[in-house]
Design a protein around this ligand. Structure first.
Ligand code: AFD
Ligand code: MN
Ligand code: MN
Length: 424
């Protein structure tokens, strides 16, 4: 399905007056609106290839219809999303789910949609058909060197696919760990994992980054070999300057202060990328901003503060990715909401009066510190985000556009009702 430019313009025509009124009213709240708009225009979030189909729980999968059946169709879906919001011009692939048959064709198809390839993801948390050694007892941590080597070789393959597509990073998430006390020697597991990661690191091109993603629990429930940011930072520091920690919002123990983790990783120059999602309990992978929008804002507040302190580019110096997928919503509508939530939190964080905040902190003015943050958080920046979308040729209201243009209905017509996306 293709959404022509004139259709977007027609839709915007309908609500432009209301939008302009709201945007003008907001201008009083924003100092230097042009620079804020420019930052919003530059900001893009990568869509994970595995979020385009309906996710599953351990118990069931309820496919929604019109799901992408191939890598080409996944790119087409992200192309549609990007047309509407102009903020999701990147895709993050998972191998072997997304092995490109012809990298050149895939590359030009993505370019046609204005989409680049963000981090590649390896998969040693499942056994693939015909695979020689099982990952039942881990991959890079495994007690047998043949299993570790198989995991290393897979990661090198992933890098090679990425090189052909123009990606510049690999995310390694390991489910390695143990389910019972006594199952594993923690130090051996760490050393084996470090040695395996170093083998992969050796194959990293000079302009590539390696992201080491941590997760506190699941599928292992007694120990995880890359279990928290401390362990990830340890691996990343030992590996070298191209290795970084990746923060997935759902991968912490309950109530962890993620914004503080982000601040310190940034200070150390070791924050590499982000997986956005939201959660109530664990790795729930819910729509970004659906449960804890204030936490998301606080994280962005630290991101901006930390990136500015190091002179980093907001849009390009970190990998911004969504990692969410579930059972209930239309995956594309869910992604529209997620991208919007990220843009809102980013825009609010850009409004924080940093000079005043620093003063409040230096005077131990706790009340004012909170006031300054909440003033920004409570500003309705939706017209600002919409204005940025308008300027970049997107729709004022992507969700409404998705429904009015009957995008899902059209995809079902093209692809059928009973399609299953590759991946989880
Ligand atoms: C996992 C991790 C990781 C991985 C993904 C696979 O968050 O990013 O790539 O799920 O679906 O929980
Ligand atoms: Mn993740
Ligand atoms: Mn996860």
């Amino acid at each position: 399905m293709n959404v022509e430019k004139y259709k977007i313009e027609e839709l915007n025509e309908v609500t432009i007056k209301v939008h302009q009124r709201k945007f003008t009213a907001l201008l009083d709240e924003i100092r230097d609106v042009d620079s804020v708009l420019k930052k919003l225009l530059d900001f893009n979030i990568a869509i994970p290839s595995w979020a385009l189909g309906t996710g599953r729980t351990r118990f069931a999968r309820f496919a929604g219809g019109g799901e992408p059946r191939s890598l080409e169709e996944k790119i087409e879906d992200i192309g549609l999303l990007h047309k509407l919001n102009q903020s999701s011009g990147a895709i993050s692939l998972h191998i072997p789910w997304d092995i490109p048959k012809s990298p050149n064709d895939i590359r030009s198809l993505a370019a046609m949609h204005g989409i680049r390839f963000d981090a590649m993801n390896s998969n040693t948390f499942q056994d693939q058909p015909g695979q020689k050694h099982s990952y039942k007892f881990g991959s890079m941590q495994h007690v047998q060197s043949e299993v570790r080597k198989q995991a290393v070789d897979h990661n090198i393959d992933v890098i090679n696919y990425g090189i052909e597509l123009g990606s510049k990073s690999i995310t390694v998430w390991l489910s390695d760990g143990s389910c019972f006390p006594g199952q594993l020697n923690f130090r051996r597991a760490f050393e084996n994992t470090l040695e395996s990661l170093s083998e992969v690191y050796k194959h990293l091109p000079s302009d590539w980054k390696m992201f080491v993603e941590y997760k506190a629990f699941e599928p292992n429930f007694y120990s995880t070999t890359v279990g928290d940011w401390g362990q990830s930072l340890l691996y990343a520091s030992k590996l070298g300057e191209k290795a970084y920690t990746l923060v997935d919002l759902g991968h912490h123990l309950p109530n962890a202060n993620i914004e503080q983790i982000v601040a310190l990783l940034l200070m150390e120059g070791k924050l590499g990328g982000f997986h956005f999602n939201d959660s109530k309990y664990g790795d729930d992978d819910l729509t970004v901003g659906s449960v804890k929008p204030y936490q998301l804002f606080l994280i962005f507040n630290e991101l901006i503060d930390g990136m500015d302190a190091r002179g980093m580019s907001h849009s390009t110096d970190l990998g911004w990715m969504i990692d969410a997928s579930h059972n209930v919503k239309d995956p594309l509508e869910d992604l529209i909401q997620s991208v919007e939530a990220i843009m809102i939190a980013y825009a609010q964080a850009l409004l924080v009066d940093r000079e005043q905040l620093r003063k409040a902190q230096e005077q131990n003015d706790t009340v004012m510190g909170q006031e300054i943050l909440q003033k920004a958080f409570r500003t309705d920046v939706r017209p600002l985000v919409a204005e940025a979308r308008l300027l970049s040729g997107g729709t004022l209201n992507p969700l409404q556009a998705f429904r009015t243009l009957k995008i899902r209905e059209n995809l079902i017509k093209e692809r059928g009702l009973k399609t299953i996306s590759t991946g989880l």
